[in-house]
Design a protein around this ligand. Structure first.
Ligand code: FAD
Length: 280
């Protein structure tokens, strides 16, 4: 099933020594699945810059293909170019380019304002060296006034030089297929890989989803709420729902899957096994 499809796992940059150890354990387990790459987040406003860089270099040294997330975080363009050159010198050839979340209390992100400007900066400073991934939003970015605006700016970002996109997570496969169709009618033809968030802790997920504009369908919300503190039922139901979602996406032609692991290997591994995806 995974021939010609692209599979990747995302780690959150760790902030503590215990976090570093947890990420290493998760990486050890997920490496056995031989994904195309691992990505490492860049905290809002560049808050995890050191943790991101160190994690990226460690994973790279271990022989994994790794894609650092990069956002402006208020940095001057020259600082971003320095970071890009350091990655390039270390043999890293894939970047996830983002505007980044604006940390609370920070009004703006500095010289660069939108992700398309970062994509332009990467292309103008490092040519075609990096495969550039950008973010996509099948359920529309919370700041977008309407779907036309979403598609207009997504196209500008893609035309600036993005090679492929990874979506915000969602639990409604139709939202993804509809978005891909709309992209195609707008002349956007890069691969758009669904971002998959396994459901582990429902309370945290519900809070996070409200912030980032990802919808949890009512039927999933109600079922999850009925489990109260029964973690095992939450995990079993979540696994079933997300496995079915992934099946639909792959059967419907999605070019791969990108798992938001939150540095936990098992939830993604269980879904991977349910999908009968062999190591590549
Ligand atoms: P943009 O593409 O710049 O879009 C942001 C908003 O501005 C959209 O509403 C868009 O329509 C609008 N817009 C875009 N261009 C223009 C323009 N030229 N003029 C006017 N309006 C415009 N955040 C982090 O902080 N760190 C991470 O590591 C991280 N990883 C992520 C990984 C993935 C796969 C995804 C989907 C998101 C990730 N995020 C991360 C969250 C992301 O930074 C936020 O969603 C952020 O609010 C938008 O980033 P973007 O790159 O999509 O921004």
């Amino acid at each position: 099933m995974n021939d010609n499809k692209n599979f990747s796992f995302e780690f959150s940059a760790p902030k503590t020594t215990a976090g570093v150890d947890q990420l290493k354990r998760a990486h050890g387990r997920l490496s056995k699945l031989a994904p195309d790459f691992f990505s490492v987040t860049y905290g809002a406003g560049g808050s995890t810059k050191e943790g991101t860089v160190q994690t990226v270099l460690d994973l790279n040294d271990s022989g994994s293909e790794v894609a650092p997330h990069l956002s402006f975080g208020g940095s001057a363009p020259e600082k971003i170019v320095d970071l890009l050159n350091m990655y390039k010198e270390n043999g890293i050839n894939r970047i996830v380019a983002l505007r980044g979340d604006v940390p609370s209390g920070m009004g703006s992100l500095g010289v660069l304002r939108y992700a398309n400007e970062l994509v332009e900066l990467i292309r103008s400073s490092t040519g075609d060296h990096f495969h550039i991934e950008v973010a996509a939003y099948p359920e529309i970015h919370p700041e977008s006034p309407n779907v036309e605006s979403e598609l207009k700016y997504f196209k500008i970002k893609v035309d600036a030089g993005a090679d492929s996109a990874i979506t915000q997570y969602f639990y409604n496969a139709d939202a993804y297929f509809h978005f891909v169709d709309r992209c195609s009618t707008h002349g956007i033809n890069i691969p758009i890989v669904p971002g998959i968030m396994p459901i582990v802790n429902y309370t945290n997920l519900a809070r996070f989803s409200d912030n980032c504009g990802a919808e949890i369908p009512q039927w999933i919300r109600k079922q999850m709420e009925s489990y109260h503190n029964d973690k095992k039922s939450v995990q079993q139901f979540g696994e079933e729902v997300v496995t079915r979602l992934c099946e639909k996406l792959l059967e419907g032609g999605a070019p791969g899957l990108h798992f938001y692991t939150l540095n936990q290997a098992l939830p993604s591994i269980r879904i991977w096994k349910n999908l009968n995806l062999d190591a590549k």
